[in-house]
Design a protein around this ligand. Structure first.
Ligand SMILES: C[S@@+](CC[C@H](N)C(=O)[O-])C[C@H]1O[C@@H](n2cnc3c(N)ncnc32)[C@H](O)[C@@H]1O
Length: 261
């Protein structure tokens, strides 16, 4: 039943989403035509995808500590690294879209909620080694593999904050002046999504960008996305179906875009 309603949401999106011809805002037009739509290839993609392939063929098993379901700790039986790489990491298409957004917008301080094995984090840290990526993960054994992956890619601009985001995010946020870019990909439920959004709002500035994963994945996530896009501080919201992007640009009128990508 869930699968059918997800498919219907996708169908409804496909039928109503627009392209650059419907965009009157120069800022959104440029973002769409320069960063979202073109599938530009960057040399680093090959190395990152090679790392993903290694994880996909790994025979290693780890004990996963899961804070995902409403922040209750669940120690599931062992899970294979290859299974995590297949089902938890963002696809190359979505991770590369995040890379292009960062490459275009040039954020200096990037927050990444939900590291997992670190593939998307590596995409976030690669456009500029001058940026700082602060990534959050609850599971110690998953964090260990992510750290190894950051080392393999020789990335020194990533800090992994281990522990439950419910506690680590409010603490870490006090140590930064502002957040330029955040990718929310940890606990895909209404309450934590809205709570993490409100926690991060405190450090959102005129040029900040918040990106939410899987905004149509469930009824709860759709409600969270509605709440976020209707928030008085949010001016521009862009629905790409699998991702939602928001901006706080005060000189722009509040506008919502549903765009094909
Ligand atoms: C979907 S995966 C992230 C995938 C990653 N962004 C990527 O694309 O490579 C979600 C991760 O968030 C972590 N997570 C979920 N809820 C959390 C919480 N409350 N505190 C810390 N980590 C959490 C899970 O352990 C899991 O590794």
């Amino acid at each position: 039943m869930e699968k059918i309603s997800f498919f219907l949401r996708y169908l409804s999106f496909i039928l109503s989403a627009k392209d650059e011809h419907s965009i009157h805002s120069p800022f959104v037009f440029d973002l769409y035509t320069k960063a979202i739509k073109p599938r530009k290839n960057f040399y680093v993609f090959t190395a990152i995808e090679k790392l993903r392939s290694k994880l996909l063929s790994s025979t290693k098993k780890i004990k996963v500590t899961d804070y995902g379901a409403g922040s209750k700790i669940e120690n599931s039986p062992e899970r294979s690294v290859s299974n995590i790489a297949r089902y938890a990491e963002k696809s190359p298409e979505l991770a590369q879209l995040i890379f292009r957004l960062i490459e275009y917008l040039k954020p200096a301080i990037i927050f990444d909620l939900g590291t997992s094995l670190g593939i998307t984090t590596i995409y976030e840290a690669s456009p500029s080694h001058e940026s700082k990526v602060i990534t959050f993960e609850g599971c110690p054994e998953t964090s260990k593999i992510a750290r190894e992956n950051f080392q393999k890619m020789k990335l020194k601009n990533i800090e992994l904050v281990e522990g439950n985001i419910d506690q680590t995010l409010p603490a870490k946020i006090q140590q930064v002046q502002k957040i330029d870019f955040i990718f929310f990909d940890a606990n895909h439920r209404y309450e934590p999504t809205v709570r993490y959004f409100e926690t991060c709002l405190e450090k959102a500035r005129e040029e900040s960008v918040f990106v939410f994963d899987d905004i149509h994945w469930s009824k709860e996530m759709e409600e969270a996305w509605q709440y976020i896009q209707n928030h008085p501080r949010v001016t521009i919201s862009i629905d790409l179906f699998f991702l939602g992007i928001i901006f706080f640009r005060t000189k722009q009128p509040k506008q919502h875009f549903k765009l094909k990508c």
